[in-house]
Design a protein around this ligand. Structure first.
Ligand SMILES: Cc1cc2nc3c(=O)[nH]c(=O)nc-3n(C[C@H](O)[C@H](O)[C@H](O)COP(=O)(O)OP(=O)(O)OC[C@H]3O[C@@H](n4cnc5c(N)ncnc54)[C@H](O)[C@@H]3O)c2cc1C
Length: 534
């Protein structure tokens, strides 16, 4: 007899953990969460700054995918780190709690997603949240996801926020009434430790709920269908494959890259893509894997030789780091609680823009090239993101092998507006930094943009250096039109039964901000739909 549960959830990230928590609250409902990676209880997950050990390379915590060569990036291959193990990408991410602009959700509603407008989603954000800082109508207390102030008291916070204030910008709560402006990051941490989706939604219930089964180091190879109904999954664990059956539903939460991959491997996708690979079709759903998009990210970098204030590799810096480790162990404060993207902001490029087009994230160190190239210097960097890129890409299979990495094509910088926004955003921040009384004179070297004088110079360097800000979405778009992959009123996969999606892949348009909180929202809504019998 195969193992059987009411619900099978594939993936233990922000899309999978909240729905697992909510469904298993009823002791009569059996829930099985299947995660390809492990428990993620290591210090490199818990200690915020040690994300630097996991992001740059493939290891137990990171799938570390590559993109196909990107035309808009001069043919370069992009990097797509993706978290593996409990917490998914929220176990390796930069911990910034950011919901996006209220208008993003009203846009979702206008795109054919009734019930996803800002007035509908705000109570859901509040329900998941335990915000230690803000107690007002925008924030929640008592929810599972802990949101805290940064516990690193870096003096560059003041230098940067003074610079931004002197430039006429306002300090705001970007998750509150007004997104435009700047703030020191609100982070998904508790007592100076990472609060991943698994720490928040699974750890507190893990031992108390006998109806919740978690299979780790178990990769789903395909969804098992009987006709058009999903009845289970085939998994691989320690070299052995087996079937786990779902009495009610299979919920895919494998993320914006691996959810469409699993559907395609299971015969759900564009027939003209799948049949040539020898995949037997279950359902022709042409948009699976299409509409993939992501925030393109260009990084400004300045060498500032300040070993007391800025992270970096130098004898003095390393001694400082050692002292900081002692402080972290004793107080759970200081540099080891850093999320790198410590000071964030949003800017509108024209007075008429209804929403900011650009986000900037200041890092008090030279963390560039995904920290894969270690800079032997101290300095400051700033990520510039185009928040609503118009470029659309694809996620396709390389072969019908379940363990082949997919072909990831975010199609970065295909649309000229995406380039224009990065050029404008980068120019403005560069001007601010260089004009700043506290920073301008301390810059020893502008690492990448010293020779940028014209917009064409900026565009050239942007095409040469841009890559992801780690937010792939949209590859299984929700909507109410006939081409949508999932129905926005239920998150059920169109044309099939017993199958839903609960992760970043369903976003019809990327939010203007980081994507964990919106994915937790999607997972909460998925649970609400199921519990309401939709
Ligand atoms: C380096 C980095 C930095 C980031 N920084 C931030 C930030 O500061 N703030 C923010 O809000 N967002 C950030 N993000 C983005 C955010 O983490 C993601 O948007 C979010 O985690 C998406 O959630 P998800 O559940 O859709 O997918 P994921 O979090 O990727 O989870 C998917 C899970 O499914 C599992 N899985 C996949 N395939 C299978 C399979 N076949 N069988 C079983 N399990 C499977 C994976 O192992 C993984 O655990 C960052 C991401 C990265 C990678």
């Amino acid at each position: 007899m195969s193992e059987m549960h009411d619900y099978i959830i594939v993936g233990g990230g922000p899309g999978g953990c909240p729905v697992a928590n909510r469904l298993s609250a009823d002791p009569k409902t059996s829930v099985c969460l299947i995660e390809a990676g492990g428990p993620n209880d290591s210090a490199t997950v818990r200690v915020p700054m040690l994300l630097i050990a996991n992001v740059p390379k493939k290891n137990a915590f990171n799938w570390a995918f590559d993109t196909v060569p990107q035309k808009g990036m001069n043919g370069r291959i992009g990097y797509q780190p993706r978290g593996k193990g409990m917490g998914g990408s929220s176990a390796i991410n930069a911990l910034v709690y950011m919901r996006g602009h209220p208008g993003d959700y009203d846009e979702w509603e206008a795109l054919g997603c009734p019930g996803w407008g800002y007035k509908d989603v705000l109570p859901v954000f509040r329900k998941s949240e335990n915000n230690e800082v803000f107690h007002n109508e925008f924030h929640g207390q008592g929810g599972e996801l802990n949101v805290a102030a940064l516990r690193t008291d870096n003096r560059y916070h003041k230098i940067l926020t003074d610079m931004l204030r002197d430039a006429g910008l306002r300090e705001t709560d970007p998750n509150g009434a007004e997104q435009e402006g700047y703030s020191v990051a609100q982070v998904m941490q508790k007592n100076g430790e990472r609060c991943s989706a698994a720490h928040a939604f699974i750890d507190p219930i893990r031992s108390g709920r006998k109806n919740l089964t978690i299979h780790l180091n178990t990769q789903v190879m395909r969804i098992v269908f009987e006709g058009k109904r999903a009845v289970g999954v085939e998994v691989m664990h320690k070299g052995q494959s087996r079937i786990i059956r779902a009495g009610k539903e299979v919920i895919l939460a494998a993320g914006a890259l691996q959810t469409p991959q699993l559907l395609q491997l299971s015969g759900v996708g564009r027939a003209s893509d799948l049949q040539p690979l020898g995949i037997q079709m279950v359902h022709d759903l042409p948009e699976v894997g299409y509409q993939l998009h992501d925030h393109p990210d260009f990084i400004l970098g300045y060498h500032i030789p300040d070993a007391d204030g800025l992270m970096g590799l130098s004898p003095k810096g390393l001694i400082g780091l050692w002292n900081q480790w002692g402080r972290y162990k004793a107080e759970r404060r200081g540099m080891f609680t850093s999320n790198f993207a410590e000071v964030n902001g949003f800017m509108r490029l024209t007075k008429q823009s209804p929403r900011p087009e650009v986000q900037y994230e200041f890092v008090v160190g030279l963390a560039i090239n995904h920290a894969r190239t270690l800079e032997p210097r101290h300095g400051l960097s700033c990520h510039i993101l185009s928040l609503r890129p118009k470029s659309r890409g694809t996620l396709k299979l390389k072969s019908k092998q379940w363990n082949d990495a997919p072909l990831i094509d975010p199609n970065f910088l295909d649309h000229p507006d995406d380039v224009r926004e990065l050029v404008e955003g980068a120019k403005r921040i560069d001007r601010l930094v260089k004009a700043s009384k506290q920073l301008g004179t301390r810059i020893k070297r502008d690492l990448f943009t010293a020779d940028c004088h014209t917009d064409a110079d900026w565009e050239a360097v942007i095409r040469e250096r841009t890559d992801t800000n780690y937010h792939p979405v949209g590859s299984c778009r929700m909507g109410t039109d006939s081409r949508a992959v999932v129905d926005a009123r239920s998150l059920k996969v169109n044309g099939l039964e017993g199958l839903r999606i609960s992760d970043a892949s369903v976003m019809p348009a990327i939010t203007g901000g980081n994507t964990t909180a919106p994915t937790v929202l999607i997972s909460e809504k998925c649970a609400e739909f199921i519990l309401a019998g939709r």
